[in-house]
Design a protein around this ligand. Structure first.
Ligand SMILES: NC(=O)c1ccc[n+]([C@@H]2O[C@H](COP(=O)([O-])OP(=O)(O)OC[C@H]3O[C@@H](n4cnc5c(N)ncnc54)[C@H](OP(=O)(O)O)[C@@H]3O)[C@@H](O)[C@H]2O)c1
Length: 409
C-alpha cells in the first residue's frame, strides 16, 4: 500500500480526538496510518489506525506524509517535531510551550530542509489568528496586539464576577469541565498566555523573544476585595497578554488587567478567547472564539492538514525584515494592593494615590522592569497587581481619589 498520503498522530487525547472527528466527517479517516500513545492499557475509541506506544529512539517518520504532534509534554514533543522537519517532513502541532521556547530552531529546521510546520491550534483554539497575521498582516504595520489568550483563567475570572464563588471553587469547576489542567499553574500563572504572546509577536512584529524575557503575572494573587473593587466601578478583571510597538521598541506583558465596558475584551467570558489587533492602515480588528476544547481545536488542526495538502506554509515575512528591540522601560498604570504589614514603597512605584482608605490599595505608575525585578517578592508577599487598560479610567480613579470619593470596601 502506498504511504504517500499517510498521517501519523503523536497523542490521542482531547485535541487529537477532535482532529480525528474531522477526518471521519470528511471521509479521510483512512489517511490516519499510525497513532502513538503513552499508556497502552487505556481504553480507546475504535479507530482503524495502528496504535503503538512511544519509541523514543526513532522520531523520524520517513514513510509518513504528515506528522501531527498532539502530545502533552513540550520536552518530549521537541524531538518529534525537529527531527521530522530535519528530514523535510510536513508537521502540525498545537504545542504552544514547545513552539514559544524553540521557534528559532524550528523555523530553521523547516526552512533549511523544505519542510512545513503549521501550528494554528497553539494559539487561541479556534480563532485562526496565526493565519491572519501571517497572511493579511504580512504587509501591514501592526502597532499592538492584545488579547485574552487563556480560556482556563478567563473561565475562573468569569465565575468570580458572575457568581458568589471562591477562587478555589471556580478553579475546581474549570478543572471538572476540562478547561483547566490537573496542574493549573501554567494557566493561572500566566505562562500559557505568555507562550501564545511569544508566538503572535513573532508573526505580528517579526521578533522572536524568549519567554523568560517577558513579565507575566497570573491571576493567583487576586483577592475577593479586588473583584469587589472592580465591580464597584463596573469594571472587570481579565488576564490580558499584550505586545505593543513604539518606534522600534517592543513592550510585552501578561497581566491581570482592569477593563471598562467599552473595551472589546470586557465581554469575552468563560472559555472564550479574544484578540484585538491595531495596525497602521486597517485600524482595529477584533476576533472572538472558543479558545480550547476538543472540536474547536481539532477544527484548526484539521485545517492545518488541509493547508499542507495545498502546500501552504507560513512566510514569516517580517522575521527577515524587522529588527525591533524589546524594552522594559515603559511605565504602566497599575492598582497595587498590599497587606497591612507591607510597605508599598518596596516596589519603587511612582505617582502614588491611595484609593481605598481601609485597605492598602493604591493607584500608581511603575516600570515593567521594576515589576519584573520584584516578581518574586510580589508572589511571595501576595501583592496583587492590576494593570489599567483604559486611559480614561486612570483619570477617573485619580479624580475620585482627589475628591476623597475613595472606596471603602
Ligand atoms: N486541550 C485543549 O483544548 C488544547 C487547546 C489548544 C492546544 N492544546 C495543546 O495540544 C496538545 C495536546 O493537548 P491535549 O489536551 O489533547 O492533551 P491530552 O488530552 O492530555 O492528550 C495527550 C496525549 O498525548 C499522549 N502522550 C503523552 N506523552 C506522549 C509521548 N511521549 N508519546 C506519545 N504520546 C504521548 C497521551 O497518551 P495516553 O492517551 O496514552 O495518555 C495522550 O493521548 C498540547 O500541546 C496542548 O497544549 C490543547
Amino acid at each position: 500500500m502506498s504511504t504517500n498520503n499517510n498521517i501519523k498522530t503523536y497523542g490521542f487525547g482531547v485535541v487529537a480526538q477532535g482532529f480525528y472527528n474531522y477526518l471521519e466527517t470528511n471521509k479521510e479517516e483512512e489517511r490516519l496510518h499510525t497513532v502513538i500513545i503513552k499508556n497502552p492499557t487505556k481504553i480507546r475509541k475504535g479507530i482503524n489506525a495502528t496504535i503503538e506506544t512511544t519509541n523514543s529512539n526513532t522520531a523520524r517518520d520517513r514513510d509518513m506524509r504528515v506528522i501531527v504532534e498532539l502530545i502533552s509534554s513540550a520536552d518530549e514533543a521537541y524531538g518529534i517535531v525537529v527531527e521530522n522537519l530535519e528530514i523535510g517532513k510536513k508537521v502540525v502541532s498545537a504545542n504552544k510551550k514547545l513552539i514559544a521556547e524553540n521557534l528559532e530552531t524550528i523555523v530553521k529546521a523547516e526552512k533549511e530542509n523544505d519542510g512545513i510546520f503549521l501550528y494554528e491550534g497553539a494559539v487561541c483554539g479556534s480563532i485562526p489568528i496565526i493565519r491572519v497575521l501571517n497572511d493579511l498582516y504580512a504587509n501591514e504595520q501592526v502597532k499592538e496586539i492584545k488579547g485574552i489568550f487563556n480560556g482556563s483563567s478567563n473561565y475562573i475570572l468569569s465565575q468570580l464576577f458572575s457568581k458568589e464563588v471562591s477562587y478555589d471553587e471556580a478553579l475546581f469547576q474549570a478543572q471538572k469541565l476540562g478547561f483547566a489542567e490537573a496542574d493549573p499553574s501554567s494557566d493561572v500563572g500566566g505562562y500559557d498566555a505568555l507562550y501564545k504572546l511569544i508566538i503572535v509577536t513573532a508573526h505580528a512584529f517579526g521578533k522572536i523573544i524568549r519567554p523568560q524575557e517577558v513579565l507575566n503575572i497570573g491571576i493567583e494573587a487576586l483577592a475577593k476585595s479586588d473583584i469587589e473593587f472592580a465591580k464597584k466601578y463596573n469594571l472587570k478583571i481579565k488576564l490580558v497578554a499584550k505586545a505593543s510597538l513604539k518606534e522600534d521598541q517592543l513592550t510585552l506583558t501578561v497581566l491581570p488587567t482592569l477593563v471598562a465596558n467599552n473595551n472589546d475584551l470586557y465581554n469575552i467570558e468563560n472559555e472564550y478567547n479574544g484578540v484585538v489587533i491595531d495596525s497602521e492602515n486597517i485600524g482595529e480588528q477584533f476576533y472572538k472564539g472558543k479558545g480550547a476544547g476538543s472540536l474547536p481545536t481539532g477544527a484548526v488542526v484539521y485545517s492545518d492538514l488541509k493547508a499542507i495538502d495545498n502546500n501552504y506554509s507560513y512566510s514569516y515575512k517580517k522575521l527577515e525584515a524587522e529588527n525591533y528591540k524589546l524594552t522594559d522601560e515603559e511605565k504602566i498604570a497599575v492598582i497595587v494592593s498590599v497587606k497591612e504589614s507591607i510597605d508599598v514603597e518596596i516596589l519603587n512605584v511612582e505617582n502614588l494615590y491611595s484609593i481605598d482608605k481601609r485597605r492598602k490599595r493604591f493607584l500608581a505608575t511603575i516600570t515593567i522592569e521594576e515589576l519584573k525585578r520584584n516578581k518574586h517578592n510580589i508572589q511571595k508577599q501576595g501583592i496583587s497587581i492590576l494593570a489599567i487598560e483604559d486611559e480614561f479610567l486612570i483619570e477617573e480613579l485619580i479624580n475620585a481619589s482627589l475628591k476623597e470619593e475613595v472606596l471603602t470596601i
